[in-house]
Design a protein around this ligand. Structure first.
Ligand SMILES: Cc1cc2nc3c(=O)[nH]c(=O)nc-3n(C[C@H](O)[C@H](O)[C@H](O)COP(=O)(O)O)c2cc1C
Length: 176
């Protein structure tokens, strides 16, 4: 399951989807409403060759709620990029949308690749959420230092796509 949230780095999820699919990993994209402002679900759906979903209330024909069905199918929930808002939802157990509902309903490990403005990342609220999630055993793909889209230089840039792909490969090589 590839969660995509409302960061300017959301465009990189297309590359992540394509690279993972090429490796033979089945990718099911789940976008937040904000992510859809940055990248079209259709782009990810086409690259993944699987439906891209974003609406909690758009139920498939099955009797089972989609978020439960999707949560049950996942081997790994990777969120790349993960916004400050997503980290807060996950840390506090809020489930206002499809992605955060899947997050609560899945038993798959969660891997988070944060991306945000350096001051958002440094904020004690964000740092508190990150530390809570670390204590719960969530995997983090650390953001890097660099030129941020907001115009500042600092921490908070999404990890390189190569680093994200390597983390997923490592994960699956350890569970196999
Ligand atoms: C142009 C633009 C870029 C943004 N980039 C980021 C970002 O990189 N990281 C972040 O945490 N929030 C970013 N935001 C703010 C989020 O989109 C906003 O907090 C939103 O509520 C996140 O929703 P989501 O977590 O449900 O996707 C950005 C907003 C705008 C308008």
């Amino acid at each position: 399951m590839l969660g995509v949230t409302g960061s300017i780095a959301a465009y990189k999820s297309a590359d992540i989807t394509s690279r993972l699919t090429d490796l033979g990993i089945s990718v099911f994209p789940v976008l937040t409403k904000s992510a859809c402002q940055f990248i079209q679900p259709l782009t990810l759906q086409t690259l993944a060759r699987n439906p891209a979903v974003y609406d909690l209330w758009q139920e498939a024909e099955s009797w089972q709620p989609s978020h439960i069905e999707l949560a049950d199918q996942a081997d790994l929930l990777l969120v790349a990029p993960a916004t400050a808002h997503c980290l807060a939802n996950f840390a506090q157990g809020f489930s206002p949308d499809l992605l955060s509902s899947i997050h609560l309903a899945t038993q798959a490990p969660t891997m988070l690749a944060p991306a945000m403005n350096g001051k958002m990342l440094a904020h004690s609220a964000t740092q508190g959420n990150i530390s809570l999630l670390r204590k719960r055993g969530y995997f983090f793909i650390e953001p890097q230092r660099g030129q941020l889209a907001c115009g500042y230089e600092g921490d908070g840039k999404l990890a390189d796509v190569d680093t994200i792909i390597d983390a997923v490969i490592d994960f699956f090589s350890q569970v196999e």
